[in-house]
Design a protein around this ligand. Structure first.
Ligand SMILES: NC(=O)c1ccc[n+]([C@@H]2O[C@H](COP(=O)([O-])OP(=O)(O)OC[C@H]3O[C@@H](n4cnc5c(N)ncnc54)[C@H](OP(=O)(O)O)[C@@H]3O)[C@@H](O)[C@H]2O)c1
Length: 281
């Protein structure tokens, strides 16, 4: 039986003595739903797929180079009782997108017995710290391709594979609202992600597809060489400017991504949701 996304599920049980006995099951699970999350071999993507699996989603996750780490994440999800499969993807190169979409179709068909996805989380990305003055054309192209052009065209190519009523979550950053020296190229691309999300929400609303962006504050991951996690000075600086008095952890983010992919957020659309513990309010 495939349960749908209702808090109360009415299940008909057929037994020898009691036919059509109605069983009420309390759940907020999204059983039978499938999410594709890019860059989920570690960091925020990994926490997001675990949170999504806890909500009942089956998962297709991507990695760029760390296949073994991605395979470990697949095992974690399977241990939670959900299906999972990992695929390589370089989000900076649109040349590989047609093949990637074909691989997604094939996995949906052969592993998930489904034709379509219900959620897409554009998460894959990298951080750099480079002053405006020293940012080269190559660096700017790289930030554009990874954070904006890649998710733009990947989402476009995946549209036929998204069920009507799906949810898209694009990953922005707190750095699109506040400014730190060294993030002009990165922060500007994340601002573009926020803008793109609103335009996508306007155009995809006719298919009841919701599009929101999540804007994490500084989180302890490998991002940017792991500076938030590994540099005590940087960590203390961010904590001192955060209302809740600490930096973020990956599990501060995954639950919000899962919320935005679930029907619990069914009336949130075209919004930038900052998840920073109240940084520089
Ligand atoms: N951490 C923060 O403080 C923070 C704050 C705001 C926003 N964000 C955003 O959150 C997202 C995830 O960051 P994170 O902190 O989780 O980083 P992370 O721990 O460094 O993980 C990055 C993930 O993206 C994948 N990836 C990197 N480059 C890729 C490429 N060219 N193509 C496809 N996949 C690629 C990596 O795959 P491999 O493991 O195979 O290398 C990995 O799965 C990024 O978009 C980032 O900009 C992070």
């Amino acid at each position: 039986m495939i349960f749908t996304n209702f808090d109360l599920i009415y299940a008909n049980m057929q037994t020898g003595k009691f036919s059509n006995f109605v069983l009420l099951i309390k759940t907020n699970k999204m059983a039978g739903k499938i999410a594709l999350v890019t860059g989920a071999s570690r960091g925020l993507g990994k926490d997001s797929v675990i949170a999504l699996a806890n909500k009942g989603f089956d998962i297709i996750l991507t990695y760029q180079t760390k296949k073994e780490a991605a395979d470990e994440v697949v095992k974690v999800i399977e241990n939670l009782g959900q299906k999972a499969f990992s695929l390589p993807l370089d989000i900076s190169s649109t040349a590989g997108f047609d093949q990637f979409v074909n691989e997604v179709k094939s996995i949906l068909d052969t592993k998930f017995n489904s034709a379509k996805l219900d959620a897409l989380v554009n998460n894959a990305g990298i951080g750099i710290n480079e002053s405006f003055e020293t940012t080269t054309e190559e660096i700017l192209d790289s930030m554009t391709n990874i954070h904006f052009k890649g998710p733009f065209f990947l989402t476009q190519k995946l549209l036929p594979l998204l069920n009507d009523g799906s949810s898209i979550v694009n990953t922005s950053s707190g750095l699109a609202r506040f400014s730190f020296a060294g993030y002009s190229a990165y922060g500007a691309m994340k601002a573009a992600v926020d803008s793109l999300s609103r335009y996508q929400a306007v155009e995809l609303g006719s298919r009841k597809i919701r599009v929101n962006s999540i804007a994490p504050g500084a989180i302890e991951t490998d991002f940017g060489g792991g500076a938030v996690r590994d540099s005590a000075d940087y960590n203390n600086l961010i904590s001192s400017q955060t209302a809740l008095g600490r930096v973020g952890l990956p599990d501060d983010i995954g639950s919000v991504v899962a919320f935005l992919c679930s029907d619990l957020s069914k009336w949130i659309n075209g919004q930038r949701v900052e998840v920073s513990g109240g940084f520089r309010l």
